[in-house]
Structure formats: C-alpha cells, structure tokens
Design a protein around this ligand. Structure first.
Ligand code: BJW
Length: 245
C-alpha cells in the first residue's frame, strides 16, 4: 500500500464522509439508495420537507440521534486525531458528517460543513436565539417549539438546497491558501465519501488547481476517484491508521 508522508512541509486538508462512520455502525446515505422509509432522503432533509411535515422530519432526526448516541468512534477517526496532533495548525478536518464522532474521538481542528445532529436552532431566521446543544430524542409525534418566539425548532443541519455557512467555507479555503503562501506541500485527502454532493464534491478540483496532491480512500471505486491522483481502495478504519508516515 502507498503511504502518505506527513513531514514538516505537509499541510493536510482532510474531507470525510459517511463511509468513515460506517465501521462505527452509522448507515451511509447512498448505501440506503438515498431512501428513508421508502422516500428520498431529500423529503426529510430539505426546507420543503420540513415545511410539509415537520413531525416526520423530527422523527427522522430523533431516530438518527438515538442511533448516533449508541455508537463509538473507530480507528479511522482516531488516526485523524493522531495526524492532527502531529501536524498542529498544518492540519484541518472538513467533515460532511453530522454524527459528532470526530469530536468524540478528539478532533479539534474541524469544520462540520453540514452541521451537527446534536444541535438545534429556531426555524425563524429573524429569531435571535442562537443554535444550542440538544441531545433530546423527541417522542414520536412531537415537534419542539422555540421558547423565545414560539416558532418551530429545527435540526442545525445543512439541508438540500440550503447554503453552507460561508465562515466554514472561508476556513477551508483560507487553510489551503495559507499552505500555498507558506510554500508548503498541500495535500487533500478525502475518505469515505461518494463525492456527489456539492460543494464538498468540488474540493478536490480546487486543491488540484492550487497544486495540491490529491488522495482518496474509499471502499468502492466511485466516479469521483478519477479526479484524484492517488486512490486507495479499502475501509477507512483499516487504511487510515496505516497510511501516514
Ligand atoms: C466507505 C466505507 C468504509 C462505505 N470506508 N469508505 C444538481 C447538480 C449539482 C448540484 C446540485 C444539483 N441539484 C442540487 C444540487 C445541490 C446539492 C447537491 O449537491 N445535490 C447532489 C445530490 C446532486 N447540494 C446542496 O443542496 C448543498 N447546498 C448548496 O449547494 O447550496 C447552493 C444551492 C442553493 C440552492 C439551490 C442549489 C444550490 C447542501 C448539501 C447538504 C447535504 N446534506 C446532506 C443531508 C443532510 C445531512 C443529514 O441529515 O445528515 O448531507 S446530503 C447527504 O450527502 C449528507 C452527507 O453529508 C452528504 C454526502 O454524502 P457522503 O458522506 O458522501 O455519503 P455517501 O453515502 O454518499 O457515500 C459514502 C461513501 O463511503 C461511499 O462511496 C462508500 O463506498 C464509502 N464507504 N463504507 C471507506 N468503511
């Protein structure tokens, strides 16, 4: 197996997806054919889905909360924590995962691009209430309300058709720009992601355009694998702990 040099010149930007949590027992998205209760995931992970049936959306997220609370980080998560300790501020983890497992493993230099399953916010954009930690598994048939304005509360998740937080995107872009400016060796590594959801799917092209080295670790060969220079096929929990040197 190829190995990835993590020396004093290396600036490592890692993108993770659902596959990294698969070995912990969290289902992937496209693995379920993008379906939940026989309906497309978009029907519960979109503003339109929430407007139409908030009870159903909270049932989906409450089930996910209950499932994620029961699982633990795996060796793939731990390997990333070790790389972060080794590289310090020359490391950044951008995750599409909302399950919180990277933080539970100990990752600190992390951007949760698609939000966090255990954070709730008010659905009223004019409400001043800030997003807040919330591990509640709401009983079926319940939709929580905002104590400040009475509007419905919603999961703090980036749904289909919603914009990612520009601060998060700037953090990621700023990291890559700092690497180039410092004359470092920019490495972009994606793990456990199908690479179909924008804007995360475009990160490999941006890294390549900036002269970065590109690596993909994935269980299956995906169409997006062609856009990476290095592709290692395997489980992230087995590959990542052996990859860095
Ligand atoms: C293993 C493994 C192991 C298994 N080891 N590997 C048409 C064209 C282009 C773009 C669009 C379009 N129509 C709409 C869009 C935009 C849309 C989009 O990209 N859609 C695509 C589906 C086409 N994107 C958006 O809407 C984003 N916002 C946006 O673009 O704003 C601008 C805009 C505004 C208005 C209109 C249009 C644009 C927001 C995206 C938010 C993503 N949200 C979700 C769901 C909510 C989160 C939640 O509830 O959890 O986030 S989608 C879902 O996919 C989830 C994931 O984070 C995301 C990525 O999936 P991921 O992580 O890659 O998982 P999988 O399952 O796809 O893949 C797992 C992989 O792991 C597989 O390859 C396995 O082989 C592998 N694997 N076990 C290693 N052990």
């Amino acid at each position: 197996m190829e190995t990835l040099l993590l020396d004093s010149k290396t600036w490592l930007l890692v993108l993770t997806g659902a596959g990294v949590s698969a070995e912990s027992g969290v289902p992937t998205f496209r693995g379920l054919n993008g379906l939940w209760e026989g309906q497309p995931v978009e029907s519960v992970a979109s503003p339109e889905g929430f407007a139409k049936d908030p009870l159903r959306v909270w049932r989906f997220y409450s089930q996910r909360r209950a499932g994620a609370a029961e699982v633990s980080p795996n060796p793939g998560h731990t390997a990333l924590v070790e790389w972060e300790r080794h590289l310090g501020d020359r490391f950044l983890l951008a995750t599409q995962n909302v399950d919180g497992l990277h933080r539970r493993a100990g990752s600190q230099r992390i951007v949760e691009m698609h939000g966090n399953l255990f954070t709730t916010r008010c659905s009223n954009v004019d409400c001043k209430r800030a997003p807040f930690p919330d591990t509640t598994v709401y009983p079926d048939g319940t939709v929580p309300g905002c104590k400040d304005c009475g509007s419905l509360l919603r999961p703090h998740i980036v749904w289909f058709g919603e914009y990612l937080d520009p601060v998060d995107l700037e953090t990621i872009q700023g990291f890559a720009q700092r690497a180039v400016k410092a004359g470092g060796r920019l490495v972009f590594l994606a793990a456990g992601t199908s690479g179909v959801v924008y804007p995360a799917s475009g990160m490999v092209d941006q890294a390549r355009a900036m002269g970065g080295e590109t690596w993909l670790v994935n269980l299956e060969t995906t169409e997006s694998a062609l856009r990476f220079k290095h592709f290692i096929q395997g489980k992230s929990g087995e590959v990542l702990p052996k990859l860095g040197r």
